[in-house]
Design a protein around this ligand. Structure first.
Ligand SMILES: Cc1ncc(COP(=O)(O)O)c(C=O)c1O
Length: 401
């Protein structure tokens, strides 16, 4: 029993609502203001110089910083347990700004063999153009990292849970090995959110999020974030954001993310409870060949997930015995679950990466499915609808295959 009136630090939910904001500084406005400005004026040359030298708090130009963004950055850093945060225009803005700020010609980055499709393309096609070598490794077995590290390895980069396979990677085990080899570790924690998993507590150096997903949670904007030590975040802001990608998050989007985050832990609990019910239903269904969900009892994922995730989140992958054709037939019959990319929204979303990739290859012939993404794999983001309605919809669609 916690004693009332002690100096106990506020909990996650309280900080998600209040951290870093004092209404009395803004005419008592309970909701934080949105600073819709692209530039800032100065009293004189000496005043501008003081801001540029960080001797006075102030702002120069909207590509680098803005007060609404600054509040979001302070709140995200607090929730993630990081020293600092930089927010960006999208998750890919975060991935690109991080890679291009921290890696140079001749460097190597070890990546998990399966990544979000566009991060996979970045590692396979874009980084080599700049003389940066991406080395794919199956990090679900952290021991494989040892053979992949070289004196040129600057970074070990992975998602956990992994998009779209829902594999879980042991953050502490990878971080120990990477640090012993002199490399830093960046974890894309988009599938979990800081409510469910905080990679820095397990030894990661940097954390990335697509704010587009659970953190905003309402499917109505794009955003990204990188979190870590203050010096590295300043490097990403000062290089990546300032003159490489320019991927600035708009003040309006920053405000909407702050609003969405107020209910993050409520949403994650509901997402996870419904996802667990769906994963169990799928695992027991005769048409289903396999299911991967971090908190599916008895699975390899669960053994790792329970060390680093407080809930299973709501992303899962599964395959039907009828493979590619079965996936298409099942998905076409769904009535409530939307056939759509993205994830972490109130609406349940389902996608079949193999059929999208095949179609995309007609326009972009160099498109390739990320390693480990099989033809039968279906990715499901369980939303906030009533779980019984979701179970009914999936059951009637599965009855067709
Ligand atoms: C794990 C992961 N990282 C990064 C991204 C990219 O985020 P955004 O779509 O906000 O650019 C996504 C998008 O789906 C993702 O799933």
């Amino acid at each position: 029993m916690i004693e009332r009136g002690t100096n106990r630090p506020p909990g996650f939910q309280t900080r998600a609502i209040h951290h870093g904001y004092e209404p009395k500084k803004f005419l008592g406005s309970v909701a934080p203001p949105i600073f819709m400005t692209s530039t800032y004026s100065f009293e004189g040359i000496a005043d501008a110089a003081a801001v540029m030298a960080h001797e006075r708090e102030g702002y120069l130009y909207g590509r680098e910083s803005n007060p609404t963004q600054a509040l979001l950055e302070a709140r995200l850093a607090n929730l993630e347990g990081a020293e600092a945060c930089v927010v960006l225009a999208s998750g890919m803005g975060a991935v690109g700004s991080l890679m291009l700020s921290l890696l140079s010609q001749g460097d190597e980055v070890v990546v998990h063999r399966t990544l979000y499709s566009n991060t996979y393309t970045l590692s396979r096609l874009a980084l080599p153009r700049f003389g940066i070598k991406a080395v794919p490794v199956d990090l679900t077995d952290p021991g494989r990292l040892d053979g992949a590290l070289t004196p040129r390895t600057r970074l070990v980069y992975f998602e956990t849970p992994v998009n779209p396979t829902s594999e879980v990677i042991d953050i502490a085990a990878v971080a120990r090995r990477a640090h012993a080899g002199g490399a830093r570790v960046a974890v894309d924690s988009t599938f979990a959110s800081p409510c469910v998993q905080r990679p820095i507590e397990h030894g990661a150096d940097l954390v990335l999020h697509s704010l587009t997903k659970y953190i905003n949670g309402h499917g109505d904007l794009l955003g990204g974030a990188v979190l870590g030590d203050a010096a590295t975040i300043e490097q990403i802001r000062g290089n990546g954001l300032r003159y490489i990608t320019g991927a600035t998050l708009s003040p309006m989007a920053a405000f909407l993310v702050l609003r969405g985050m107020k209910t993050l832990s409520l949403r994650m609990r509901q997402h996870a409870a419904s996802a667990a019910a769906v994963a169990e239903m799928l695992a027991a269904h005769p048409a289903v060949a396999w299911v991967r969900y971090p908190f599916l009892a008895g699975s390899r994922e669960y053994e790792v997930a329970k060390k680093q995730m407080s809930l299973g989140s709501a992303m899962m992958a599964f395959g039907l015995k009828s493979g590619f054709a079965g996936a298409a037939a099942m998905m076409d019959r769904l009535r409530l679950v939307s056939r759509a990319v993205s994830l972490g929204d109130a609406e349940s979303l389902i996608m079949h990466p193999a059929s999208l990739t095949r179609a995309r290859q007609k326009v972009y012939p160099d498109t390739r499915p990320a390693e480990g993404v099989t033809d039968d794999l279906i990715r499901l983001s369980v939303g906030l609808e009533d779980a019984d309605d979701l179970l009914d919809d999936l059951a009637q669609a599965l009855a067709a295959v």
